[in-house]
Design a protein around this ligand. Structure first.
Ligand code: PLP
Length: 491
């Protein structure tokens, strides 16, 4: 008898965290319970998640930017259903499937003319790994250059380019010949490039960690230097691609001409994993150079019909619903309203971003009482303040957001690109209220922070440190003690 999924889900919904604690990531469950993220979501639609009581949660995390078109979009659902009903041949491998050809054609149409050859895979990190191989084969060089703060995925090649130390620890050694430069450091970049040892310079044009980007023409100059020294310029658009930054691709903001572009996340429509590497034809040919090398790089599930159908349907939705324009418009509105809160809340340093990848950075307030509160919390843990904000946004206002990285006072939001003024106002009003609560010291917000710390370090040690007034000489993030990052978020 086939499984009755309606019955299965209805009868067992609520067991989620127990099952994960038992069989999957026990530590992650512990963290989610500690920070109050152990919600049971029963339904999802557009920009909202719904719990078992039907209460709505505004999703400003978008599955780390998987849901640019919103959750459970009917057009993608229809595409999957139709493809399933046709009983198409799938993953024959020794043929050329139609849908992958059509998606390649549709993606090439969206790219500058020189980016005209595709490789399909199944995730962002696979796209990074593939880009590394294509670049090595095309240049015959061993090395890679990436940026400090970079995130390109968590498999070994991607980790070799990782610019966030917490993710690297414990997984050495990495690929040799990998170097990182600071965003903006053209001198160091040119010094490395001049050695002619580097196949690629790989960049996220708006970094997921902290939402940092070049304010000047660093990327243009870096691209010119790459050209001069024969290194390929690779844009990782896994998160920034498909409208996230208010342009179809982030490289358009600077008028760049990358040699390789990687995509994943939202190309899936939020349904079936997919990754894509778009490049110049001559780069592609350098890998698939002979008939006996025609599958020298490949993936069994790449080009599968359901993923391809999701990609095609997603691109269509982005165009039909003008989501790139909406991303730019709603992003500008959010930045305007968030920066207007600065006048009222001494904690806000700035709101920054492009389109709908936005960071709200906080700083130590001037007022003596609040400064004391800030310092106390920061002595305990450098990411505690933002965790307090994110947890309260969820518990009091039913809004899902994330801490932007370790040891930084930055909250990050990645709303779906379909949001309107209603969602913008709900978020800004909620943040305003949470920051009002932060002005009360002593008060429940600051207690919440202390409680996180006590729960992760153990009550007695935390109380002892606090009493000694030197809490947090161990400045590790509570989650870092256990090697956990994603719930607080960095991606
Ligand atoms: C810029 C960037 N590149 C690559 C990746 C890796 O993608 P995946 O998690 O699908 O492997 C991510 C994931 O967050 C990302 O943000």
């Amino acid at each position: 008898m086939p499984i009755d999924f309606k019955e299965l889900v209805t009868s067992r919904l609520g067991e989620n965290y127990d099952l994960h604690e038992r069989y999957i990531n026990t530590t992650l469950v512990k963290v989610q319970r500690t920070i109050g993220f152990d919600k049971i979501y029963a339904h999802a639609s557009g920009a909202y998640l719904y719990d078992m009581d039907g209460k709505d949660y505004l999703d400003f995390l978008s599955g780390y930017s998987v849901f640019n078109i919103g959750r459970n979009h009917p057009a993608v659902k229809k595409a999957i259903t139709e493809v399933l009903e046709m009983d198409l041949p799938n993953m024959v491998q020794m043929d050329c499937s139609l849908l992958s050809g059509l998606l390649a054609e549709a993606l090439v149409k969206k790219m500058p003319a020189h980016l005209n050859a595709l490789f399909f895979c199944n995730s962002g990190t696979e796209a990074s790994e593939g880009a590394i191989k294509f670049a090595k084969a095309a240049t015959g060089r061993p090395g890679l250059i990436s940026l400090e703060g970079a995130f390109h995925g968590l498999s070994n090649g991607s980790l070799s380019m990782m610019g966030i130390e917490n993710f690297r620890e414990g997984f050495y050694p990495y690929l040799p010949e990998c170097q990182r430069v600071a965003l903006g450091d053209l001198v160091q970049l040119e010094k490395l490039l001049a050695t002619k040892q580097y196949a690629a310079f790989v960049v996220e044009l708006v970094q997921g960690k902290g939402v940092k980007t070049a304010k000047d023409d660093f990327f243009n100059q870096a691209q010119a230097l790459c050209k001069k020294h024969g290194t390929l310029f690779v844009c990782d658009e896994v998160q920034t691609g498909l409208g996230r930054t208010g342009k179809m691709f982030a490289f358009e903001h600077w008028g760049l001409e990358p040699d390789i572009v990687t995509l994943a996340k939202s190309l899936s429509g939020g349904y079936v994993p997919i990754g894509a590497i778009v490049m110049r034809r001559e780069i592609h040919q350098k890998t698939f150079s002979e008939m006996d090398r025609c599958v020298v790089h490949s993936s069994t599930f790449g080009r599968n019909n359901l993923a391809m159908a999701c990609g095609l349907a997603t691109l269509n939705v982005i165009d039909e619903e003008n989501l790139v324009e909406n991303s730019a418009k709603m992003g500008a509105l959010l930045l305007e309203k968030l920066n207007a809160l600065k006048a009222k809340h001494p904690f806000i340093k700035e709101a920054r971003g492009k389109g709908l990848i936005i960071a709200i950075e906080f700083e130590e307030p001037k007022e003596l009482k609040l400064r004391m509160a800030w310092q106390l919390i920061h002595k305990m843990d450098k990411s505690l303040f933002t965790q307090m904000i994110v947890t309260t946004l969820l518990s009091q206002h039913r809004i899902l957001a994330q801490v932007a990285g370790h040891n930084m006072d930055v909250v990050k939001i990645l709303p779906p690109l379909i949001i309107g003024e209603k969602e913008v106002d709900r978020f800004v009003t909620a943040l305003d209220a949470v920051l009002n609560d932060c002005r009360k010291f002593p008060g429940p917000m600051w207690e919440l922070g202390k409680n996180f710390f006590k729960k992760t370090l153990g009550f007695s040690k935390a109380a002892h440190l606090e009493a000694l007034g030197r809490a947090g000489e161990s400045a590790l993030h509570p989650m870092q003690h256990r090697g956990i990052d994603h719930p607080a978020g960095t991606k």
